[in-house]
Design a protein. Structure first.
Length: 196
């Protein structure tokens, strides 16, 4: 009769499989019930751009940067300038993540190191690029293998990459060549979702 945060979504004292509360046994992202320990919302419709996708984290991870810091997930920052949150043209909501302020031949990276992914799924994120075309790049890596790179002026675009169950390192990196600054000289990430 008691709901255990992080383990159950409901508990009416009758735990048979045919009971109206079978989700007490296994909570998962998209089951239509809010898991009190790990989810802010869950509307059973986890398609792209669904309003609830980036809060549902029972079987994965998400960050929409709306906390206005890089503390919701265990972000590791490295390079010559640290990523931070900004309200400069977010994909959705009020905030997004911005690469650190760097100059020529420097790098600014943000990563999730050795993060446990519970099941085969995808890494989805939105990116915006405002840099010197063909020279200063946003690059995305899974386990140090480059998955994509973008430069120049790229409006908000969704990246989606397959990832297997297990521990993986995901890294977003802005790197500059030896000369010229163009556009905002920065890259932006928003609405990261990792899971099945």
């Amino acid at each position: 009769g008691k709901v255990w945060a992080g383990m159950e979504e409901c508990d009416d004292g009758n735990m048979s499989d045919m009971d109206a509360c079978p989700q007490c046994m296994v909570a998962f992202c998209g089951d239509g019930f809010i898991d009190m320990g790990t989810e802010e919302c869950d509307d059973a419709n986890m398609v792209e751009d669904d309003f609830c996708q980036n809060d549902c984290v029972a079987n994965g991870y998400s960050d929409d940067f709306e906390t206005n810091n890089l503390m919701k997930l265990p972000w590791a920052l490295a390079g010559s300038g640290n990523w931070s949150t900004t309200n400069n043209m977010p994909h959705a909501g009020t905030y997004n993540a911005r690469s650190g302020v760097i100059t020529h031949n420097q790098v600014s990276s943000m990563s999730l190191n050795n993060i446990a992914i519970p099941a085969n799924g995808t890494v989805n994120f939105w990116y915006r690029v405002s840099s010197e075309s063909n020279y200063d790049y946003l690059r995305f890596y899974i386990d140090n293998v480059q998955q994509g790179q973008w430069s120049g002026v790229v409006p908000w675009t969704m990246g989606s990459y397959n990832v297997t169950a297990g521990n993986h390192t995901l890294r977003w990196e802005y790197s500059k060549d030896g000369s010229v600054n163009s556009n905002e000289d920065a890259v932006f990430i928003d609405d990261v979702f990792i899971g099945g």
